[in-house]
Design a protein around this ligand. Structure first.
Ligand SMILES: [Zn+2]
Length: 123
């Protein structure tokens, strides 16, 4: 992995991180009023959501709820750390270089496809 490659993925990851952090802030301010309804198990709060186009909202909500537990942000942080340590793009399990196409698709990945499949089988 060349210095340019590392720069490229660093920018990619930082852009993703920035947009997640921004979206999380937006979600938090939007969901402030619905928190009590959510925690009491009353899911009708969505009837009172501002009408911003339900398909977009559903998609964004699904994405944000996935991101809200911090898992994806953690993965991005870990990938940025690996870029700093020059370990980015190397499989954590077998130490082989991860193909660039896979990194483009999943820049937060730590393992190559064969190792990922092995992991999935062992679970
Ligand atoms: Zn591997």
């Amino acid at each position: 992995m060349t210095k340019q490659d590392l720069e490229y993925f660093k920018n990619l990851l930082e852009t993703k991180r920035t947009s997640i952090v921004k979206d999380l802030g937006t979600l938090q301010s939007h969901s402030m009023q619905s928190t009590s309804a959510e925690s009491s198990g009353d899911l009708t709060y969505s009837d009172h959501m501002p009408d911003l186009g339900s398909a977009t909202m559903e998609r964004e909500k699904a994405f944000l709820f996935a991101a809200r537990d911090g898992a994806y942000l953690d993965q991005i942080e870990a990938a940025l750390t690996r870029i700093q340590n020059r370990k980015f793009g190397t499989c954590r399990a077998c130490k082989a270089p991860i193909p660039r196409a896979r990194l483009e698709a999943v820049p937060t990945t730590e393992v190559c496809v064969p190792c990922k499949e092995k992991q999935n089988k062992s679970v």
